[in-house]
Ligand binder design. Structure first.
Ligand code: PLP
Length: 387
């Protein structure tokens, strides 16, 4: 029996028969998200917010329903839920707003486990204000981010901590709750980059205790976009740049311009899809397929898996190299067998540098998704074994 959630038929993009392990770079969209986007475009309700006619009111209602649905997925207060073009854009907006109130002596803590989207915006923000970024180091032997490596960088000067919810390169899931607690003890705020965590884990930002969280719906079967959640009181207080007529309170402050309604309709449908399937089922399914992938790769002498080599506290994503073969050559051999993987650094610049891979073509990355089964895993393993 193959390990399948039996959802592959819901993804029209899989009709060509490829095994798509490129989910960490973007998943295939689910049927309901595609339909919701197209349906909105055809609906006659394409208008703008805050108008005095039916289509404009429908736009207001769409925004309200979409905020409520995505907030439910994240266990968050919908009053702090903002839509935008990408997570990178949303973190840039937050960091540049934070920068306006930073000064010399203030500190931001970033980590080597993070995607550059949660590093560089803070470096720029700190540079602009004459503040300092302190970097929490990855444990390169285990591929983990020990809590102590973060707490060692905290002080009463720390204003914000920017930490990933899961590494898009190594899969590592850090102990975010403990990091948030320590940051709050010194009076700092925490932004969690949840881009790689949201597709794979039940998210409860209230339980995580973080002050802000970002996620990208195109990593969870929806349209290309970014979502920022921030504690509503904090969002209202953020010194965000905005045009005068834009809302003074709530998510509209940071959404910048007319929302991408058609995309937001698709995001809501994708969030509903995850809620319907249930994150516990998704996690169990992906864990089983991932165990097969990890075991299969670890059994090959020529393969090195970088980062954690166990199944605990990790997303179902791994980075590997094959002795004697450049990562891009491995990716091309897999592509010839219609297996899609990523190669390179995938913007995880700090981690790839710390691991000594950055100047060696990075590594091959494969990530599980709801639509992948054991047969897909076996296809990948066969090609790698034959190298
Ligand atoms: C962990 C992580 N953070 C942030 C990003 C950036 O997301 P976006 O493409 O929505 O800007 C990515 C994209 O790959 C990611 O994997």
């Amino acid at each position: 029996m193959t390990n399948r959630l039996d959802l592959a038929h819901r993804f029209p993009g899989l009709a060509d028969g490829w095994a798509r392990f490129d989910g960490p770079a973007g998943t295939q969209p689910v049927d309901v998200a595609i339909d919701a986007t197209a349906d909105f475009m055809r609906s006659g309700q394409v208008a703008n917010s805050h108008g005095a006619f039916a289509a404009a009111e429908a736009c207001d209602q769409l925004m309200e329903r979409a905020r409520a649905t995505v907030a439910r997925l994240l266990g968050a207060d919908p009053g702090g839920l903002a839509f935008g073009p990408s997570s990178t854009a949303m973190i840039m907006r937050v960091a540049s707003a934070v920068s306006r109130r930073l000064g010399p002596g203030d500190e931001i803590v970033c980590t080597q486990l993070d995607h550059d989207a949660n590093v560089m915006p803070w470096v720029i923000a700190a540079d602009d204000a004459g503040a300092t970024v302190r970097m929490a180091e990855l444990d390169t032997t285990t591929g983990r981010l020990p809590v102590e490596h973060v707490t060692a960088q905290l002080s009463d000067r720390t204003q914000w901590v920017a930490v990933t919810g899961a590494s898009n390169a190594l899969g590592t899931i850090p102990e975010v709750g403990a990091i948030v607690e320590a940051a709050h003890e010194v009076g700092a705020r925490v932004l969690v980059d949840g881009v790689h965590r949201t597709p794979h884990r039940d998210i409860d930002v209230a339980a995580l205790g973080c002050d802000a969280y970002v996620t990208s719906p195109y990593k969870w079967y929806g349209p290309h976009a970014g979502v920022l959640w921030m504690r509503p009181d904090l969002l209202d207080d953020l010194a965000v740049a905005k045009v005068r007529p834009a809302d003074d309170h709530g998510p509209g402050r940071i959404e910048w311009g007319t929302p991408a309604y058609e995309s937001i309709a698709g995001i809501m449908a994708a969030a509903d899809f995850l809620l319907d399937v249930g994150m516990a089922s998704i996690e169990a399914h992906e864990r089983a397929g991932f165990a097969r992938l990890l075991d299969g790769l670890l059994a090959l002498d020529a393969v090195t898996v970088h980062g954690p080599t166990d199944l605990d506290n990790r997303a179902p994503t791994l980075a590997f190299t094959v002795h004697g073969h450049a990562p891009d050559a491995v990716a091309r051999r897999l592509a010839a067998a219609e297996v899609a993987v990523w190669d390179g650094h995938y913007y995880a610049i700090e981690a790839m540098t710390a691991l000594g891979l950055i100047d060696r073509g990075g590594a091959v990355r494969a990530g599980m998704a709801v639509y992948l089964g054991d047969d897909d895993v076996d296809r990948l393993l066969e090609v790698v074994a034959a190298l």
